[in-house]
Design a protein around this ligand. Sequence first.
Ligand code: FAD
Length: 561
Amino acid sequence: MQRRQFLATAAATALVGCQDASRTLEGCFAGADMARGHALRDLLRGGALPGPAVVRRVRVVVAGGGIAGLAAARALRLAGVEDFALLELEDEAGGNSRAGSVLGRACPRGAHYLPVPGDGAPEVQDLLEELGLRQRVAGRWRYDEFTLCHSPQERLHWQGRWHYGLLPVEGVAPGTLAQYRRFAERVQAFARSGAFAMPTFANFGSNEAPAPALLALDAMTFAGWQAREGLDDAHLRWYLDYCCRDDYGAGSGVVSAWAGIHYFASRHGFAVPDEGERDGEADEGVLTWPEGNGFLARRLAAPLAAAGQLFTGHSVLRIAEERHGVQVDALDHASGQVVRWQAERCVVALPLPLALAVVQQPPPFLRAAALGHAAAPWVVTNLAIAAPLADAPGAAPAWDNVVYDDPTPGGLGYVDAGHQRLDARAALAAPTVLSYYQALGDMQGARAQLAQRPWQHWAQAAIGALAQPHPDLARRIERVEVTRYGHAMAVPRPGRLETLSRIGIQRPTINTSLLLNGERPRALPTPATARLAFAHADWSGYSVFEEAFTRGHGAGLQAAI
Ligand SMILES: Cc1cc2nc3c(=O)[nH]c(=O)nc-3n(C[C@H](O)[C@H](O)[C@H](O)COP(=O)(O)OP(=O)(O)OC[C@H]3O[C@@H](n4cnc5c(N)ncnc54)[C@H](O)[C@@H]3O)c2cc1C
C-alpha cells in the first residue's frame, strides 16, 4: 500500500555513487502504518475512549493478526471453533511477517525466512505439512525443493571482493581460525547439553525454571561472555555481533550471552570454516519465498478472510475480562465507529506494551513481563531494479548479501527477491527487488528519526551501504519503498530469560491430543487468566516465527477449551 508519494530529485542528486545526478528517484513509505499506530497510542494515553456504536457476539476474539494471532485462529479452527473474530490494526494481517510488492514484484516487508524446524517445533512442522511444504518420502521428511533456499545462500563483501558465507575466512590469520574453532567447541557443548531449544519455553517442563548455568549466561551480555572466554578476535566478534543484530535487532554488547549462544546452539550450530563448511554455519536448510514469510502469513490469513473471521483495519482499544465473559472494544477505521465484541474468551496476540495498554486491570504477570521489555526499531528498504547490477569480483550473487564495512547504522545487507527463480541465467537478467535491512536497536534516537526522516533518507542509507559492491545501484533503481517499524522486535537483554521464565510458569498444561486428535500431547507456553490467553513473540523475549507461531497455537487451543 502506498501511503505517501514523493518525487525526490534533490535527494537523488545526493546519492552516493550516483552517476546520473539529474535522475528522479521515485518512492514512498509503505507497509506498517506509523500514523495509525501513533493515533492509537494518543487515544489510549488520552484516557476517555469513545463508546461502542455496535455490539457483536462471538465465542472468541483474537486481538492482533501477526503470526501469533494467525496461529491462534488456525488452532481454533483445528479445534472445531469457527465462531471467532480476529481483529487486526493494519489493512492486512501478518504483522512483522507481511509481504509487499514493488512494481508488481513480490518482496518481503519484514521477515524473510524460516529455518527448517527441528523436532522441538512440532506445531511449525505440522503447519508446513499442511501447506504441502514438508512430506514424508520413503520414511524420511523432505522439504519442498522450490522453497528451500537455493545455493549460494550467503556472501560477504570484504576487502573489495565477495566471499562465500558470512564469516571472513580467506587469508585470515591462524589465530582467527583458532578462535573460530574454540567458539565452535563451546557451541557444540551447549547444544549437546539440550538446554537450548527452539521454541525456547517449550523446552522447560511445567513449573521448571531454567538451569542455573543458563541463568548465569542470561545475567551477562554476549560481548561480556566473549571477553571472559578470551574470544577477542575482531572477525569473530564482527560476525557474532552481526548475528545478534540480525536475529535480535541489537548487537552483542546489548543482548544477553544466553541469547547470543541460543542463536547457534538452538538451531544450526557453528561449524569451523576450514573443516568442510564455506562459512561459520553448518549447512542448514532455510525456507524462503520471494515475498518472504509473507507467504506463510497470507496462507494463514486466507481461510479466515474467506470465512468472514478476519477484521483488518480494526484497532483494539480495550479488553475487559468480566465474570461472565470478555468485552473487546475496537475502532473500525473504515466507519470510524467503535465495535464492542462480547466473547467468552480472548486471545491477546498483541505486542507486550499494547497488551498492557488495552487490558483492563492487567494481571501481575503482564505488568511484570512488560516492565523489562525493550523493542528494537527496524527499517526495510525495498529497491526495485530492472537489470543486474555491476558487481564486485568474487562469489556469485547470493540470496543474502552482506557488507563487512557497512557504513550505514545497523545495516545487515540485502536479500534478493528473485533468488529462488529456477532458471539461473534468466534470473540474473530479470527485474527484481533487493530488500535492504537495518536493525536499529543500538542506535540512540532511532525511533525519532524513523518518525521524522523522509523515505529518501533511508533510501540513501541503503544505496550508500551498497555503493562499494554495486557502484551503479543509484542509477539502476526504478522505485524505492521503505517500511518502518518503531517497535519491531523484543531485544533479549540480560535478565530477560529469568523474568520471562518465571512468568512462563503460569502456563496451563493443555492436552492437545484431546483437542486435535493428534499424537503430540504437550504443554504449550500460554500465560493465561480465566478468560484471556496471551500470545506474542514478545513473551519469549526475542522474535522469530517459531516462537510466535507456537505461542499462538497454544493460546488458540487454550481459548478453545
Ligand atoms: C524487519 C524484520 C525482519 C524479520 N525477519 C525475520 C525472519 O526472517 N525470520 C523470522 O523468523 N522472524 C523474523 N522477524 C521476527 C518477526 O517479528 C516474527 O517472525 C513474527 O512475525 C512475530 O509475530 P508476532 O505475532 O509475535 O508479532 P507481530 O508481528 O508484532 O504481530 C502483532 C500484530 O498485532 C497488531 N496490533 C498491534 N496493536 C494492535 C491493536 N491495538 N489492535 C489490533 N491489532 C494490533 C499488529 O499490527 C501486528 O499485526 C523479523 C522482524 C522484523 C521486524
